[in-house]
Design a protein. Sequence first.
Length: 558
Amino acid sequence: MRVLSVLLVVVGLLLSAAGGTAAAVVGSDDVLETPTSRVDVGDAAAVTTAAGLFAFRGATMHLTASSPDGPVFVGRAHPVDVADWVGAAPRWVITRVDQDGVAGEGVPGGKDAKAPAAVADLDLWVDTDTGPKASTLAVRLDGSPTQVVVVPPEGSSTLDLRMGLAVPGAFATALALLATGLLMLVVGVLLVVRRRRRVRAGATPTAGDPAQTGAITSAPVDAPATTGTRLRVAAVALVVPTLLAGCSWVPEQATAWDPATVTRPAMTGADLDRMLAGYDERNNAAIATTSRTKDPKAWLAVDDELVLEGDQFSTLAAKVTKAKASTTTLAHTAKALYAPELHEYPLYAVAAVEVKRTDKAATGDAAKPATDIDVWTRRSVSEPWRMAATVGLPEKVTAPKALAPGAASTATAADRAAAVKAAERVRTYLGGGKATGLTVDRFLPDLRAGASIRNAKGVTHRLDARWANDAEDQASATGSVRTARTGDGTLAVVSLLARETFAVGSGSTLHWDEPYGTVLGQSGDRPSLSRDLGVTVVLLVPAKGAARVLSSEWTTLG
């Protein structure tokens, strides 16, 4: 009994002290926080968290930042987006969090460093906070790559940082420990007091006391439990739950993402819906502006690559022909998304999109929706998605089956190599070669033959096709062959620039119909004519068998 009472008092004191301290430290929000660390980030444009700092599952991390110089922005985004946003600008990286607070190190800016875009103008943030005094972000961790960014007030280098870990039920557990400790302490004290009373009572025994007379007594077997027995039972009942409470919640460690290899899906289905809504707004505004002013600059915010060049040529042609302002408006609706995972910007995604005219002037066939296969590109987080290639699908051609965005839609190295090989066969075919290992659609033969002069006698036709984009790897995000894995094989959208030349023998001439000749700068009779075309081809490359051209289009660029 003596040992038990002492144990209860000691453990009770420890538990009540620990429970009280834990309750004071954790607080009613169940967040265990580090002390506040004041750091000087120097000329850093932003503070970012290191790769392994949030490598956990089933936990919620809190980061609170403030500055004596003004409001602080705190935001969370994917590391690929953060890397593009920060670029070569100097930054300060949080590398360690412990009981002493937050620690980190500065990373100097690169050669071409420039200030990152204003955070308010970007859509990369998963969640953000900008408080008048302190900004706090709660990050629910699931093991996926994520990074927190802190932007100090302009002109300031001083930040107060603290981080915390949300422990579910921590405050309630602390209070339970405090209550259990106090109860154990009370029981222990009662046992000690009771024992001391018994000792004092035994110091002056009476004549009938067995200890003095030597008489032997015995208690009945079924005698009721004494107060001491009840206290011992209570002590055990307190100790067992206390030991079980030691099995506390611990977050699961996850593999930290690697800055050299981390990837993200180029786009999600929700991203595509939002992007198309924004694109329609910008595209319809550009149609109205350029048709009225005949200034092609408005297309720069809307389209890219071959589509942009085609837009600009059409606007210049409208200026030469003095075309009336257009009232056309278009609406794009997502049908399928083919979005690979990529390591860095620029990003690209391929989508099957329904296009429909929504203006009142659209009637008959012009009002019918059509399905296009489009390539969408995004140069950086501070720029919008733009249309870089587009091809209409014939009614009888079905778009390939889309897989989930990310890894499932990412073509392997072998897939990409096969797609580039098939694209090279398209180039060979357009230049007059055989379509070996390639099934062409009904449009490419017209382009190859020079459909506009097919029946003209004595006219020679030449078509030289080359890659539209100058890239070391033509199957990369900046190349001319954008690929995605589908349920039917590798989908590849190929962008080509073609120089088309028509010539006649001595004594004969050719001319473009006007005003086309004036637009091209080739008015009047000439021994030869030429123009630049943007050619887009949609290929489906199966694992076995010949690649198939699903559709193709071309437009005059100049």
